[in-house]
Ligand binder design. Sequence first.
Ligand code: GDP
Length: 553
Amino acid sequence: MLERTRNIGIAAHIDAGKTTLTERILFYTGMIHKIGEVHDGAATTDWMEQERERGITITSAAVTTEWWQRAEEGTVKLFPEQKQRINIIDTPGHVDFTAEVERSLRVLDGAIVVFDAVAGVQPQTETVWRQANKYHVPRLVFVNKMDRTGADFDNVVAEVKEKLGANAVRILIPIGAEDQLIGQIDVVNQKAVYFSDDDKFGSTYSVRELEGELKQIGEAAYEELVAAVTDIDEQLGEKFLLEEPFTLEELKQGIRRATIANKLIPVAGGSAFKNKGVQYLLDAVIDYLPSPLDIPAAVGMDPENEDHEIVVPTSDNEKFVSLAFKLWADKFVGKLVFFRVYSGVVKKGDTVYNPRTRRSERVGRLIRIQSNQHTDIDACYAGDIAAMVGIKNVTTGDTLAAEKHDVVLEPPTFPDPVISMAVEPKTKADQEKLALALARLSEEDPTFMVKTDEETGQTIISGMGELHLEIIVDRLRREFKVEANTGAPQIAYRETITASAGGEGKLVKQSGGRGQYGHVILSVRPNEKGKGLTIENKVIGGSIPKEYINAVY
Ligand code: GDP
């Protein structure tokens, strides 16, 4: 099963259509049976009520689906040996939650990056792209919303190349656009795929030969694709030089190797909302994104001796090693610990060891999340993702291993919070409830911190942006039934820098012009002592990483 497993993330700028695409994937893979509007509350990866209200996905839910690759024209044949497992690790699209994105990228093997066909490369996609580069995550691009007025596939492909420096090649080119979006050119197979008009769920389609203008476009794209792959892939490159023919399967393998090596980004276009092009995209996930066996083995270290590296091979026959990447307080089941197995197998009832706390705990239940259902499983194998119940002493980023197996995987890194505010319960009697709730929330979210101001005795909460804290306050009310009053958000950084010539007076800089961190206005004024300058920053949207402020001045 391992070679037929894909752990993927879907990343995008907010509103590009990530939730809609995830929902469509769950639909086509049979995990949900009704396609609903994302914002009418039917999207199953958006667990929290408020997420639906806000239209953003905050939590990184891991959902498991099964996909049978298309066997014949327009049909799906269900051979068990062709069954593929796709674990979708949800990555949030809002700039305030980059830490969530970061932690998801740490445990997934490949990603679909979704773009809006009108808006093209947007600030958050740039951030996500850089993070994916950092973790060497192979990617496919899906140019979504091809049905929108002004949709321009080739323009987005050009932007992906120019702005993100990606070696993007088209594999599924939309036929038509806007209300004339009728199909896709399957570049690899040199076929035209037409979506069936009388099937509004887009489950059926017909495959035809390329003709006329489509044939020209398809052949040019094929040449481009072959040139790109043979340039990167030695095996195919050699054949190409010797002018030896290669088979379709060899070409696909070449694309796969180049994509996994992170040297090629296959691009597909379609419309999730209109159910156009999602099934072929799923095929591309199987064809080109890596299985857990295709990625280098994780490397951990001995907690007693940090120089001592321990390789963690992706195999069921090794000692169990996993990374806890997400904690979630589930209303019905209790604390869920989402984990990715790197080595070995964990079974229900096993005892797992946390090298950080040096404590062992018993796994009460193992759960797979399929859409909005919990399914109990008996075991979870190397390369797979699931959730444990029964583990109490754990925080995000912890390694959970076999008993007495002292190995620590590198935890994801989280930036320091950038914004703080005071909170207090509306009624004094809720003081203790508030403290408990905040403790729970900070345990779940490594970028959310709680402390008590020594001078005033106030409870101060800190997070990645105003929205982040707003959501926390919202969750206090909804999940913990604590109404809280909040003070004005304060920027967590206030720095004094030495005044330089020309530095006097008021210097207002508007930065983040490309929107990387939202629009941040920094104003600098002499401080009381007249010695330096105090930087104040006002966040209009998004968060301000410390490095950024330092870089500006
Ligand atoms: P997310 O913020 O990336 O998760 O985006 P959503 O999936 O919530 O989509 C944002 C908005 O775009 C919603 O109103 C969707 O209905 C809409 N949308 C998503 N996919 C498409 C598409 O293919 N075409 C059009 N026209 N709208 C879409």
